[in-house]
Design a binder for this molecule. Structure first.
Ligand code: NIG
Ligand code: FE
Length: 415
């Protein structure tokens, strides 16, 4: 069954002519086709103008579903390449304390923060975890996210990490979205190993990674490399061990301090380094040479009241920049990519076009999926969103509201 969308006021293709990302000035070229049209089944079959579709496409098929888009705007679905939506518990009280001036690290040092969520996750069932994750994922979908990466990292023991990853697998089966799992056993140190952190690193390397890989529960291995969390050497050991088991490295890098995690990301060939609020010039250089995606999470800087990542410097330096939510109960509780685009433009000085490229094609690149998703190009999966607006600029300009009217994933209308 083929569907043809016509009368699309602005068809934002993010066309990269087959390239798997855009950097520098190319990020501003989002391939807008006025009065556009798209033909698709589960993949994109043709992209062009409504005039051409009326003359050549419609007469050619007799079993077409034709959707008149009434001048509305269509874009590729958002790719949220960094989230922690499978968790349990609630940290609103911590949030309120932070508003009153208590720092993220102070709360963590008191046993709150990630460890507070760890306690809730350890006492939740796989089904509970999946329920919570599912409701956040469905909300993300309603806000235009068609692909979502989801991390473990709140179990911090073999069984609890496996539970979280099993919950993510349930989401993969139950949701229409593309769900991509990441193992983040090295998110914090559990209390059992507070006095002997290297021993926990050994558990991650010798017990968790092999089991996660054996059960095929993750694509990526992530580490929180920062002051008070994993050192550069511990991170390197874990990410190298992950690589041996086929898990691709990602890093929570330089979020709370300048820690040379950007340098490590380039060194180790990480597919992405995320956060980067305090990344150094050398870190950026190292990432650029390795083709590591800089995944920026402005919702976290906003929530923690920290300085934003140097997006302008990165883009002007031709690095590959992506945007994601970091949706989690502690440092950034939003699953809405539209909000992230607004923050990126208002607080990181990105243009609307750069923000769109970063949250579609370049997000897909951060997941190694940009040959399949992230733009509206022939041969790609038909993951698209339609706005209740005729201008893509409204996504950023008219902020704080949901602009999504329709969502298609693999060609199926799901919203
Ligand atoms: O990406 N930096 C580490 N992890 C999360 C925060 C997790 C939490 O506070 O629960 C982040 O910001
Ligand atoms: Fe995160």
């Amino acid at each position: 069954m083929k569907t043809l969308l016509i009368n699309i006021g602005e068809l934002v293709t993010v066309n990269a002519n087959g390239a798997d990302y855009k950097a520098g000035k190319d990020m501003s070229d989002i391939g807008v086709i006025p009065n556009g049209a798209v033909l698709f089944d589960d993949t994109i079959l043709w992209v062009g103008t409504t005039d051409y579709a009326e003359q050549k496409i419609i007469p050619e098929y007799d079993d077409l579903t034709i959707v008149h888009c009434k001048g509305k705007c269509v874009l590729p679905g958002f790719v949220d390449s960094h989230s922690h939506i499978v968790f349990a518990g609630n940290r609103a009280t911590e949030f309120a304390r932070r508003l009153a001036g208590v720092s993220y690290q102070t709360i963590a040092n008191e046993g709150g923060g990630i460890l507070s969520t760890m306690r809730a996750v350890r006492s939740a069932s796989v089904e509970n975890l999946a329920e919570i994750g599912k409701s956040l994922a469905l909300s993300a979908l309603a806000h235009g996210t068609t692909t979502m990466e989801v991390k473990s990292g709140y179990g911090l023991s073999l069984s609890a990490e496996l539970n979280q990853l099993e919950a993510i697998r349930i989401l993969q089966h139950q949701l229409p979205m593309n769900i991509v799992p990441t193992f983040l056993g090295a998110h914090d140190f559990p209390p059992e190993f507070a006095q002997n952190r290297d021993e926990y690193v050994d558990v991650v390397i010798n017990e968790m990674i092999p089991e996660v890989a054996k059960r095929n529960l993750a694509v990526f291995c992530d580490v929180f490399t920062d002051t008070g969390y994993y050192t550069i050497e511990q991170s390197r050991r874990i990410l190298n061990a992950g690589k041996e088991f086929g898990l691709i490295p990602k890093i929570h890098a330089d979020e709370l301090s300048s820690f040379s995690a950007g340098e490590l990301a380039g060194d180790i060939g990480a597919i992405s380094a995320d956060h980067l609020l305090y990344v150094s010039d050398q870190g950026m250089q190292s990432m650029k040479s390795a083709g590591t995606v800089a995944t920026l999470l402005p919702g976290t800087a906003y929530t923690l009241r920290l300085p934003y990542a140097p997006a302008r410097k990165m883009i002007d330096n031709d690095m590959i920049v992506a945007l994601a939510t970091d949706c989690n109960p502690g440092s950034c509780f939003t699953e809405n990519m539209q909000t992230i685009l607004s923050l990126a433009c208002s607080s990181m000085k990105m243009s609307i076009e750069e923000a769109i490229t970063s949250s579609t094609l370049n997000g897909a690149k951060a997941l190694g999926l940009s040959e399949k998703i992230g733009s509206i190009e022939v041969g790609k999966q038909a993951d698209m969103i339609m706005l209740d607006s005729s201008n893509y600029a409204d996504l950023v300009y008219h902020f704080g509201v949901n602009h999504i009217s329709h969502v298609w994933i693999k060609g199926k209308m799901v919203i």
